[in-house]
Write a protein that binds this ligand. Structure first.
Ligand SMILES: Nc1ncnc2c1ncn2[C@@H]1O[C@H](COP(=O)(O)OP(=O)(O)OP(=O)(O)O)[C@@H](O)[C@H]1O
Ligand SMILES: [Mg+2]
Length: 336
């Protein structure tokens, strides 16, 4: 089945074409105009989606060499995300599905991120433990099957990506700043200053990043000259604490629930230090660790298309009353 997928949940406008779950083409345009505001401006994002979506649709069709007449279904992100942004993608998806009289399916953005760790990897079979670390979410999910998810842990305050972005803004590195923090950290000494690891020494599987972010802000205020002379050292210390804040609850859950496979996904999954530390820890336990290529870490429509294709294969469809949901939870999520 040839699926056209559309993703407009935040500040990336994206479309993809998949054939039986294999990606034929995928185009992502990241909005540049939010950087100077230090975060995404919802109204600007909606307008950018309006301007970008049709040219991107043309591009993804041209790249795949598939004609619109041959598209057999449309998948679209329906939440969570910015409501105005979601509605732009959903409106186009409905128009194509209606005009062509083909099935329409709404997809959960987080379910897309979660499966992006392995949808081009036939080795990925449930059960597995999924660590999803993005700009707005930090979730630890036990995946028992497609659509059968157990919430094992989540952040109690900021998301992991949000912590990277806030520290980047404090250091004048712009928004979003996770990649810039990683780049500068590579030149720094992570032992120069130790920052607090969220939830360290606690039981359970939740995460916390707000104490770490405040500790960095306080350190910078109290030691302005140290910061200007040692920015890469400070960032390396922050990155180490952020990575350890993810590592400890994740590995505790991996051991406690007896999983053999861990996946990592979402924008923060692009972080090399996080990948390296998790690779070592999972290998030491004789387990398997899977993560997506860089292009699939941040928002894209290939992941939306893959989840949509799986749901369509199960006979699921949406009606034309499909709408966006800003706080849509993962489907089939059980709390343990
Ligand atoms: N190399 C990196 N190291 C750390 N963080 C990174 C890196 N690259 C990207 N990020 C972070 O990833 C986040 C963006 O990820 P993503 O696009 O998955 O999030 P989102 O779509 O905004 O949020 P959500 O998926 O929760 O709605 C940003 O916070 C960004 O700083
Ligand atoms: Mg995302």
């Amino acid at each position: 089945m040839i699926v056209l997928s559309i993703e407009t949940s935040c500040d990336e406008t994206a479309a993809a074409i998949l054939d039986e779950g294999a990606v034929l083409s995928s185009v992502v345009a990241t909005h540049w105009m939010h950087a100077r505001f230090g975060g995404v401006v919802p109204e600007l994002a909606s307008r950018a989606h309006l301007n970008l979506l049709l040219p991107i649709l043309d591009q993804v069709m041209a790249d795949s060499a598939v004609a619109l007449e041959n598209v057999e279904a449309v998948a679209v992100t329906r939440g969570p995300g910015l409501i105005g942004s979601l509605l732009v993608g959903i409106s186009l998806a409905k128009s194509v599905a209606f005009a062509r009289n083909i099935p329409l399916i709404g997809v959960n953005h987080l379910e897309g991120h979660m499966w992006s760790a392995g949808f081009d990897n036939p080795d990925l079979e449930p059960p597995f433990l999924a660590l999803l670390v993005s700009g707005g979410h930090t979730l630890l999910v036990g995946v028992e099957g497609f659509g059968d998810y157990r919430l094992i842990g989540q952040t109690r305050d900021d998301a992991a990506g949000e912590a990277f972005d806030k520290v980047a803004v404090l250091c004048g590195l712009g928004y979003p700043g996770g990649a810039a923090v990683e780049k500068l950290s590579a030149e720094g000494n992570r032992e120069f200053h130790s920052f607090p690891v969220g939830m360290s020494g606690q039981q359970g599987y939740d995460f916390s990043f707000s104490g770490l972010k405040t500790a960095v802000a306080n350190f910078m205020r109290r030691n302005p000259t140290v910061v200007s002379d040692h920015l890469s050292d400070i960032l390396a210390g922050f990155q180490e604490a952020a990575v350890n804040s993810l590592l400890e609850p994740t590995l505790r859950a991996f051991d406690a629930f007896g999983y053999r496979t861990l996946t990592l996904s979402g924008g923060v999954a692009a972080n090399g230090r996080l990948r390296q530390q998790l690779t070592q820890a999972v290998e030491a336990r004789g387990g398997k660790f899977l993560f997506p290529g860089f292009a699939l870490c941040t928002d894209n429509a290939a992941m939306t298309g893959w989840v949509g294709w799986r749901r369509l294969a199960l006979g699921q469809r949406d009606d034309f009353d499909l709408s966006g949901e800003a706080n849509l939870p993962l489907p089939g999520l059980r709390h343990v």
